[in-house]
Design a protein around this ligand. Sequence first.
Ligand code: PLP
Length: 398
Amino acid sequence: MKTYQVNDEGFYGNFGGAYIPEILYQCVEQLKDNYRKVLDSDDFRQEFHSLLRDYVGRPSPLYLAKRLSERYGCRIYLKREDLNHTGAHKINNAIGQVLLARRMGKKRIIAETGAGQHGVATATVCALMGMECVVYMGKTDVERQRVNVERMKMLGARVEAVTSGNMTLKDATNEAIRDWCCHPSDTYYVIGSTVGPHPYPDMVARLQSVISEEIKKQLMEHEGRDYPDYLMACIGGGSNAAGTIYHYLDDERVKIVLAEAGGKGVETGLSAATIQLGKLGIIHGSKTLVMQDEDGQILEPYSISAGLDYPGIGPMHANLASSHRATVLAVNDDEALRAAFELTRLEGIIPALESAHALGALGKIRFRPDDLVVLTVSGRGDKDIDTYLKYLDEYTTR
Ligand SMILES: Cc1ncc(COP(=O)(O)O)c(C=O)c1O
């Protein structure tokens, strides 16, 4: 049977692997040797799952959105990752990786962040476990996700504003890798998405797979069947999508629809639609689709959403797209904004700008009335209120 999981060499089809500088070789090898052993151990599983339950508030609800369903002519369930402690799915991964770091004897934690949700999640877990935490964040994102910067500081993390490139997620990741190269022995790098060298994409997907594990159980309770017709999620690096689809990857009854950030439009030069625009290349230690020019120079991406503003994509998702297991749609800024206001006014849920891209893809699919759709709301929109308010009059009529 065809499988979409990682192979023993760390590849998903043509994508993945670990393309790292010599100085990080030992750290990445150590991680590779340990992550499965630790993640599968009873002791880790018990601590991880009790924190997910008692600290994060899992399982997150699977909510039948009746008015949204009427609008799109099908049955839409929302997987409410926005209701997790700290406001997004990122906390699932942060808890898992910090628990692993502790077991590997690491004392210092570093992370990159775009929208600030992964930074907040990592700072939160470090506060809980009494560990030092440094978060790299592009200066553009520091400004557009100000509330999350303040949360990280309150939690005791040091936030380093990065001023290279266009000062967004790619640049923050570059700086985090540079820090890791300077402190390879005592520092653990908590990557926030299914990107980076193997084993990160697989490890992050496994830690987030609690999402699809819960969807299976919850759908069974609600609908008497454990699979939907469609699974939908947004993709920046790909972690909420990986978690949403993990237990359905090989179930061909389930259609996978992923939404990437079209920005101002895929053809405008102001876009982060990596699957549509990217070519095979290497970014942050992984062979994947990368937005690049003819000389292989990485192109600066653009999206209204800091969490999707990235010129690469997880190798798992590059493989799912190139093997046609997943349909990837580009959703532009204006479509995401419209979808965010629609959800807010129909269901009373303010989604994160990232999640709004998944919602924006609903209008691009022709559903049948009996189609069962599960869409992951990866985070809540509190951090995006300033941006939303700028567009209030344009997208609402009352
Ligand atoms: C709420 C939310 N959703 C989605 C993403 C995109 O990341 P990923 O593709 O790893 O889920 C982010 C990234 O910051 C985010 O904050």
